[in-house]
Design a protein around this ligand. Sequence first.
Ligand code: XMP
Length: 527
Amino acid sequence: MASPSEGSVSSPVEAPRERVLVLDFGSQTAQLIARRVREQNVFCQIVRHDLPVARIRELAPKGLILSGGPASVYEAGAPAPDPGIFELGIPVLGICYGMQATCKALGIEVSPGTHREFGRTQCHVKHRSPLFDGVGEELTVWMSHGDQVRRPTEHWRILAETADCPAAAVEHQSRPIFGLQFHPEVTHTALGGQLLGNFVRKICGCQGTWKMSSFIDQQVALIRERVGHRRVICGLSGGVDSSVVAALLFKAIGPQLSCIFVDNGLLRENEVESVRQRFGEHFRTDLHVVDASELFLRELAGVVEPQAKRKIIGRVFIDVFRQEARSIPDAHFLAQGTLYPDVIESGANTDGPAATIKHHHNVGGLPKELGFELIEPLRDLFKDEVRALGHELELPEEMIWRHPFPGPGLAVRCLGEVRADRLRVLRQADTIVIEELRKAGLYRQVQQAFAVLLPVQSVGVMGDFRTYDEVVAVRAVTTEDFMTADWAHLPHTVLQSISTRITNSVRGVNRVVYDISSKPPSTIEWE
Ligand code: XMP
């Protein structure tokens, strides 16, 4: 069985392409730098800060960006790049710590700051350079540093300054090496994207060939070459990642693709139908919809403990999937929707930064031991690029923008016992939440929204009757990465329509509450 990185479709035959490397010194914003560069249609990869120069030569980047980081360059053991990178003749841009590490490596003193400079500040451009093309004399920049370079040697030119930082931007006089003390990758730096664009296009000479359409052509060729006449299985979940993988594979190998969709009875309204319609009728893949809902509900009967629910669902899913996969003759590969942030976070890529393990209870995935070779065509992509790819592959908007849905499905939103009748109530309530958000034009402005059925009953009054019915909680969050989240400040009118519709039309519910907890300390899901 191949390891995930060996299994990457992009690794066996690397098509030539422009690339810029971000050497990651532990910055919170390394991914943001990579995304900004990709917005210039230039492929950008994050690698460890000390990647040996021999490996960098092999990757043949057009430019190197040294990220920020939490360390101080003058401390013992401070992370440093391979000094050989400055002799390659490849343009280098050091950002914050990356600038200090560059300057130190080239013999310039870096001094501890007397105070930390943090937040927005005004930057004055003193000297024109291609790096500042299209930028006026004054710009707002985002700073976050203690140390700084005070007196560059005569080999350097100071391009810009701020009140507290005399060398906010520097340029080497004879080599294509630049440093920015501020962070061009964050949106608080006005025209930061322009600066990074100037670096990759004007200084590194990139043409901007990284486009989703060319990515498709390239991946289709790679997939065909690797798969040959063999068969690929793809597990569909109804979510955007697996849908894009399936659509891409279908384009590459058509009838050699078999899709498996396990209906665990814990899905959202219309999920089975939309998958059937798209992958069975529109794309006409060899689609296997396995209705295992009764089996799942039987195994979950009487179980209320959240971890126990997750374990059961994970186990049954793998059993059902494995059995269905075995029924498909000649299946050799398994396609998965692994994305670039997963690769970086798990450190699975040997060029990647030191392993930072993502602490996430990912249930609903497949184990490596299934015995297939993996195909992971999205391993190089960020989520927004996957969506763009979905557009190119003509997936419907609704599928591309659907809020994420956990592997254990409605079971972790049906607090207490998971039963068909309670799931029906939950599904109806959930549909109303989503419909009302769409109606108000807010669906895309929150990153996840759903209903939760609580395991409590409360007293109500309907007409002349006293009721003793269930409670639905509504959850809606805004978030960038799902690691932290804020509760969405939905307009009261929208909350009101949700509440009125649920209590009026969902039998068995007489109360609706809105969850106003952020993550942390709460999680997004309730279980
Ligand atoms: P929490 O509840 O941990 O959720 O704040 C963060 C994000 O992860 C999703 N989630 C899961 N996704 N399998 C998944 O595939 C899971 O077991 C799982 N648990 C939570 C959750 O919906 C949210 O988007």
